[in-house]
Ligand binder design. Sequence first.
Ligand code: DGI
Ligand code: FE
Ligand code: FE
Ligand code: FE
Length: 189
Amino acid sequence: MDIKDIKKELKKVLDKDRYEHTIGVAYTATSLAMRYGYNVNKALIAGLLHDCAKCVPDDLKISECQKYNIELSEVELNNKALIHPKLGMVYANVFYGVDDEDILNSIFYHTTGRENMSTLEKIIYIADFIEPGRCEAQNLDIIRKTAFADLDECMYLISRDTLEYLKSKNKPIDGMTERVYNFYKNIHD
Ligand code: DGI
Ligand code: FE
Ligand code: FE
Ligand code: FE
């Protein structure tokens, strides 16, 4: 699918706020791609599609995962916000015709991150957090500045704040979220 058709489809399947956020992530991701010498078109596609499964109703999300043989952990079943990256990766492939592994992985890991991420995976994870429409997180100024100076340092800051936020809200932590923090903390030290 070309960019125009992807946008047209997303406008149909996302609500207005999610579509706005998506455009914000897409253009933030392309800016980071320019900064770090990454393929701008791939960053654009990944940014556009990262939340493509976000607006699927929760019960349908679970049956869709069964349909596409996506295994869900206990934490994921209890925290439905963790499901859309996995389903989104499959939708990107099946409905939008994406077969680039790096793009698919950047969608799959955009919520938790993972250890040793690729440049595109970091770009999408970070763009999701810093796009201009975001305003709720603490430390956004310094995190936005760091995004354009050092991707690994920025991964450390975002994973640290995310973990802190989840703990303050008493939310169950996905094992991956914890591992990402430890990984980027060690790089940072
Ligand atoms: O889809 P977006 O809202 O754009 O952003 P996202 O895909 O990064 O999802 C963010 C949500 O995911 C946020 O509410 C925190 C939550 N989250 C991230 N890691 C974990 C988590 N929730 C739980 N319960 N456990 C985690 O480890
Ligand atoms: Fe998301
Ligand atoms: Fe995120
Ligand atoms: Fe997002």
